[in-house]
Write a protein that binds this ligand. Structure first.
Ligand SMILES: Nc1nc2c(c(=O)[nH]1)N[C@H]1C(S)=C(S)[C@@H](COP(=O)(O)OP(=O)(O)OC[C@H]3O[C@@H](n4cnc5c(=O)[nH]c(N)nc54)[C@H](O)[C@@H]3O)O[C@H]1N2
Ligand SMILES: Nc1nc2c(c(=O)[nH]1)N[C@H]1C(S)=C(S)[C@@H](COP(=O)(O)OP(=O)(O)OC[C@H]3O[C@@H](n4cnc5c(=O)[nH]c(N)nc54)[C@H](O)[C@@H]3O)O[C@H]1N2
Ligand SMILES: [Mo]
Length: 766
């Protein structure tokens, strides 16, 4: 019998072993509520979609002019490692030599995998920085708008609000949680880097048992766990700012707002109030005004405002609200409403951005630094906001706005990706296909033949975490885990580190990149930062070997002192916020001075963009995170595939909308708009608001015709439908959460989904 080896993943700590040719997985015994997503892991060991050998796209290999047009529609030729590495190194050298680092896009966005050393993003950035740098990307698909607006209003992202309100405080003190975008338990299954204990459900139940009440503001009923009683306010997607303003209006008219708090802790309230009451634009933001826009009745809005004013109230705003047009506004308006209630900094009250969206937010902060690989400094300053990738590739040299600056898109020749899947994460895939046909060369490290790998010129097979040793550790997770190799590398797969080290040898940068350490030596070296900090703090501080033998190490945590919000409340003069005024900026002179038409000096409601309003596409499509996997990762795993119907991704449709279109449960339907179309399997459900459908992200993109200008995805990837426009000129964040579509029964012959079958390779012709 093989022993179970400790390991970790973004969706939970576990242990695994190979037994009789099968990979067995057990959740960590200390996890009170393990995630079912663990069920996708066993397929890693033997799936036909694993990349087993290096492969080169035929057109690129043969170097025909205009060969880029075949990208995504070409054959692949398998080669040995020696040849693949020589080809890749020669091309990297050529691009750096002829065009310099400003022609290399190494943003390489993506979640990759748990593990502090073999972290693909750290590895690729380190490799490219040693070569002279690269065009990087800033911010994330998760919080593109929030991470730019919050620093103007409160101070650094992930500091003030996300580090102040804990689950313990909610369980202890909160009387009312108003969750905009909900707290879907599926989302708290996951935390980047690892999560050894899933506590959100037990904590919510604890608060509920004490008498806390919950309001779920969402187009979907199941954005709150079913076994915690929450009142559902089924809002029309994209209209939360109207609802927030309607609530704020009631507070002012009924004198329920906290004038004292507004005076001492905020700036610019008067300017905002002029807008709220309609003095500046002639439109008072009354509950009646809000009700017409957001679909929640005026009486319900008034009642909610009163309840919020008389309770210890916590407002949460999910990432999803800001992953949409004008996404800065709900984040900002949530903060303003919390300020009007005057509870910011009180135990269990105030505001928390994206609480519940990731499993470790709201847990205690760690009192020791985590092992971290130095990526070196990028000597090049050039960057794009992460979701502007197609704009960059399609429009080199063109100007764009970002956070008060005018910047220009670089002219990219080489795109290098490791640890991400742009054909999962980016919007308007047909446009992305055109964009990805622009550069000279696309190199991808992947463990599986994702749509991105199939679009590449050089595909280098990467191991997954279970094929290598690493250290598992994550923000706010108290356990460091000895992630031990569970299976041998599949096929000829190599660790990203070893691939970059071999390329560095050919490019003359090996010493700097590798520091002459083996992977095992790196683990010992990285662990030392944490060990010495623990020792200095007088904590248990085992050496690396002792830690490795015991399998895990528990880190000390900081006391729950209410964080920076409480410190600011206690002493606004001596603990001012790092904003221009030192206070919460309800009106921002800085943002106002940018003069943007889509993000002004205070939060406001912007009507839908004209280009998104088209009577032919009346239904809102919510493209949210999948419960059955992390993004597109392991979509080929058993648990994810068990949720497909006729091999398609399920799309939920309200009974009324289904009936008027003659759609029955289990039918294959076609969703379409001007950008493209996809097939999916209908699930009729009254858990979605009428007028709304829901199709999760992450089904691997498979075109009906790889040569078509406008392809249909036959599997169910919603990004074939979403639009590719930034949130605003301020943040230029991703707006992929919502789009407009029409749906019909698909009555043609059903094309088979082949994306999980083994690739066939062609022979070299020279
Ligand atoms: N329409 C719409 N689109 C969205 C969103 C939405 O709400 N709606 N959400 C957005 C959000 S918030 C995010 S974060 C993004 C997520 O987008 P991504 O992070 O790009 O999605 P993943 O599927 O996690 O892709 C990770 C890829 O890295 C590979 N990988 C994993 N580990 C390793 C490794 O060690 N080495 C190498 N070389 N590869 C590895 C995996 O096989 C996988 O293909 O999607 C965004 N896209
Ligand atoms: N299981 C699982 N968990 C995950 C991930 C995953 O892929 N799988 N991804 C992780 C990542 S990278 C991130 S960034 C977070 C994302 O966290 P979120 O962005 O919060 O997650 P989503 O599931 O995209 O959206 C949450 C809910 O918001 C609701 N919603 C959508 N539009 C609106 C709206 O206009 N108004 C209101 N009130 N509600 C709306 C939707 O019904 C949706 O279910 O999740 C993380 N957790
Ligand atoms: Mo994300």
């Amino acid at each position: 019998m093989n022993a179970f080896q400790p390991h970790s993943s973004h969706w939970g700590a576990f242990s695994g072993r190979m037994e009789d040719g099968k990979l067995e997985i057990r959740a960590h015994p200390g996890d009170p509520h393990p995630s079912p997503i663990l069920g996708n892991i066993p397929a890693i060991a033997d799936s036909p979609v694993r990349v087993r050998r290096p492969a080169i796209r035929r057109g690129w290999l043969e170097g025909k002019p205009g060969h880029q047009q075949k990208r995504g529609a070409d054959e692949f030729v398998e080669v040995n490692w020696q040849e693949a590495l020589d080809l890749a190194a020669t091309e990297v050298r050529r691009i750096y030599g002829e065009f310099g680092p400003a022609a290399v896009f190494g943003g390489s966005y993506g979640w990759s995998s748990a593990g502090r050393f073999h972290h693909a993003q750290s590895q690729i950035h380190r490799f490219l920085n040693v070569l002279g740098g690269y065009v990087r990307s800033v911010n994330t698909y998760s919080s593109g708008a929030a991470s730019v607006i919050i620093p103007h209003v409160l101070g650094p992202y992930d500091t003030f609000d996300r580090k102040s309100v804990t689950w313990d405080a909610i369980e202890r003190s909160t009387e009312l949680v108003v969750a905009f975008g909900g707290m879907a338990i599926k989302n708290a299954d996951v935390h980047g880097g690892g999560i050894s204990q899933h506590v959100v459900l037990p904590k919510l139940k604890g608060a509920s048992a004490r008498g806390a009440r919950f309001k779920l503001v969402s187009p979907l009923r199941d954005d709150f766990p079913a076994d915690v009683n929450a009142e559902w306010l089924p809002i029309i997607p994209g209209t939360d700012v109207a609802l927030l303003l309607g609530i704020a209006h009631v507070l002012v008219v009924e004198g329920l707002h906290d004038r004292d708090f507004l005076e001492h802790y905020t700036t610019g309230y008067d300017r905002f109030e002029n807008y709220l009451l309609g003095r500046s634009d002639g439109v008072p933001k009354t509950p009646q005004w809000a009700a017409e826009i957001c679909g929640i009745g005026a009486e319900a809005i008034t009642d909610l405002a009163r309840q919020m004013a008389r309770s210890r109230t916590l407002i949460t705003v999910s990432h999803s609200l800001q992953r949409a047009d004008y996404g800065e506004q709900p984040v900002w308006m949530g903060i303003v409403l919390a300020a009007m209630l005057g509870q910011i900094g009180l135990d269990g009250g105030g505001y928390s951005y994206s609480l519940g969206a990731l499993g470790n937010i709201g847990k205690s902060l760690l009192a020791a630094p985590l092992p971290t690989l130095n990526q070196f400094k990028n000597p090049l300053g050039d960057f794009i906001p992460v979701a502007r990738i197609s704009d960059m590739l399609l429009h080199p040299g063109e100007a764009f706005h970002y956070n008060g600056k005018e910047l220009h898109y670089p002219d990219i020749r080489l795109v290098y990706w490791a640890g991400g899947n742009p054909f999962h994460h980016h919007q308007d895939i047909n446009r992305l296909r055109r964009a990805f046909r622009k550069p000279d060369t696309l190199i991808v490290h992947e463990s599986a033949w994702t749509a991105t790998a199939r679009f590449a010129d050089i595909v280098l097979p990467a191991t997954t975490t279970i094929e290598r040793d690493d250290i598992g550790a994550a923000d706010r997770d108290p356990l460091i885990i000895a992630m031990k190799r569970v299976i041998e590398p599949v096929g000829e797969a190599r660790d990203d580190y070893d691939i970059f080290a071999e390329l560095s040898r050919r490019l003359g940068t090996y010493e700097t990149f590798s520091e002459n350490r083996t992977s095992k030596e790196w683990l010992t070296f990285l662990f030392e930062t944490t060990r010495s900090a623990l020792a200095a703090g007088g904590h248990d501080a085992p050496d690396f070997e002792t830690f490795w033998q015991s399998g895990e190490l528990r880190l000390p945590v900081k006391p729950d002192d209410g964080g920076p919000a409480n410190a600011f409340r206690q002493a606004p003069e001596t603990s001012p916020l790092p904003t221009p005024s030192g206070k919460i900026e309800i009106f921002s002179q800085t943002i106002d001075s940018f003069g943007y038409d889509d993000c002004g000096g205070h939060p406001q409601f912007y009507p839908p963009r004209p280009e998104t309003e088209d009577a032919r596409y009346p239904l809102h499509l919510v493209c949210n995170q999948p419960h059955q996997r992390l993004h597109s990762q392991l979509d080929y795993g058993d648990f994810s595939r068990s949720t497909k119907i006729k091999n398609r991704e399920p799309v939920r449709i309200n009974p009324t909308d289904a009936a008027s279109r003659g759609i029955s449960d289990g039918d294959i339907v076609r969703l379409f708009n001007t950008r493209g179309s996809c097939l999916a399997a209908a699930v009729i459900s009254s858990d979605v608001r009428p007028g709304v459908m829901q199709l999760a992200t992450g089904a691997w993109f498979e075109a009906d015709d790889t040569n078509a200008e406008t392809a249909m995805c036959i599997h169910g990837n919603p990004n074939i439908l979403t639009h590719d426009i930034g949130t605003s000129k301020l943040a230029q964040g991703c707006t992929g959460q919502l789009t407009r579509v029409e749906v019909e029964r698909f009555s043609e012959t059903l094309p088979p989904v082949r994306i999980f079958e083994a690739m066939t390779f062609s022979k070299k012709s020279r």
